[in-house]
Ligand binder design. Structure first.
Ligand code: TXA
Ligand code: MG
Length: 336
């Protein structure tokens, strides 16, 4: 359905691996979003990673590994649940939070006692991890608070200038960040929903996921995150037409992310309009690129028609809510 990742020359992978070993920063594709990678065992490289990303140093980063067996190198203990989930879902869009091993740098963990681990499902990421051998710390390859890139062409040009290398692996097949599961507490809990669904995780664990009781420092927890610059407003499907008509009377320059819906009236043709697919996987695949495209028009408002409820849509609702959160009030605030 989606374009398949290109084959990356071995020499390119080798150069990227050497770059990481020298303490450099490499943007690489995963199946979820592009990552900004650094050697997870090199504090200087991590410091540079945080500075390029513009991220507070108390926010942990995920360590990417090329083999589930490497969990034991980063975690002080690997619970049975982690083995089961890794077996079922790695490589794949799942991050496991485990109690960290003693050597793991506070620069990786944000000073917490836990470490996030993920084996990504992308041939370029896996080849890089294989060549590099160690863990690659990688947040999404956007500046703090902005939309995650799902195509190399969506990377911030300033960020690209500040790093050493970009591996272009084509569009990310999943399109939303991994599901984060906390296995460091008494009950497994989801810290960030993703396209790997709670019911599938529960089926493998053989137990329901608990409420997350931890104090987390997941940047995804910040109200305004994964956000375009243009204010975003979420509108339910049943009031969509009337809400759109209302906004059209205000003279604002509107952008619309509709759900499988074409413009209804000829006046709608003044609107930058994207009709997103009504299938959650296809919607997720295109979501960040769609928001980025609408943002690029520099309009006054992006109206998003909310998708239906249902477990397949959970992560999508989560990201849409975050994209809109910073703009709830006041309506006419200037862009920062
Ligand atoms: O799909 C993904 O997870 C992508 C790709 C590149 O792998 N990565 C990603 O990284 O989304 P980032 O840094 O943008 O988001 C990672 C999330 C953050 O919310 C971070 O706080 C959380 O993971 N995280 C990492 N380690 C953690 C830990 N030890 N405890 C709690 N949350 C953690
Ligand atoms: Mg991110």
């Amino acid at each position: 359905m989606h374009p398949q990742p290109p084959v990356m020359p071995t020499q390119t992978i080798e150069t990227a691996s050497e770059t990481l070993k020298r303490g450099g920063l490499v943007v690489f594709p995963t199946e979820t979003v592009y990552g900004l990678g650094a050697d997870a065992a090199n504090p200087d490289a991590l410091a540079r990673l945080y500075s390029v990303k513009g991220r507070p140093t108390n926010h942990p980063v995920i360590v990417h590994i090329g083999d589930p067996a490497q969990m034991a190198q980063w975690a002080s203990a690997v619970p049975e649940a982690a083995h089961k989930l890794a077996e079922a879902f790695w490589p794949g869009p799942m991050t496991l939070i485990l109690t960290k091993a003693a050597h793991v740098s506070p620069a990786v963990t944000g000073g917490q006692e836990t470490v996030g681990l993920r084996m990504p499902d992308h041939p370029v990421a896996l080849a890089l991890l294989q060549a590099f051998g160690g863990g690659i710390a990688a947040p999404s390859a956007n500046r703090f608070g902005q939309l995650s890139p799902t195509r190399a062409s969506d990377l911030d040009p300033v960020l690209v200038q500040e790093i050493d290398m970009v591996l272009d692996g084509g569009p990310c097949q999943v399109g939303l960040e991994s599901t984060i599961i906390d296995l460091s507490g008494p009950h497994p809990a989801i810290l960030r929903p993703g396209m790997l669904l709670a019911e599938d995780i529960e089926a493998v664990l053989g137990q329901p996921l608990g409420e997350n009781k931890h104090e987390t420092r997941a940047p995804g927890d910040l109200p305004s995150h994964y956000a375009p610059r243009t204010p975003v407003r979420l509108v339910s499907g049943d009031t969509f037409s009337s809400t759109l008509k209302h906004w059209m009377t205000t003279g604002k320059r509107l952008c619309v992310l509709a759900l499988s819906r074409a413009p209804e009236s000829p006046e709608d043709t003044n609107i930058h309009w994207i009709s997103a697919p009504a299938d959650p996987d296809a919607y997720a695949y295109a979501l960040y690129a769609n928001l980025k495209k609408l943002d690029s028009f520099g309009g006054d408002l992006i109206l998003v028609e909310l998708p239906p409820q249902g477990s397949g849509w959970t992560a999508i609702h989560d990201r849409l809510k975050r994209a809109a959160a910073g703009f709830e009030i006041p309506e006419n605030a200037p862009r920062e």
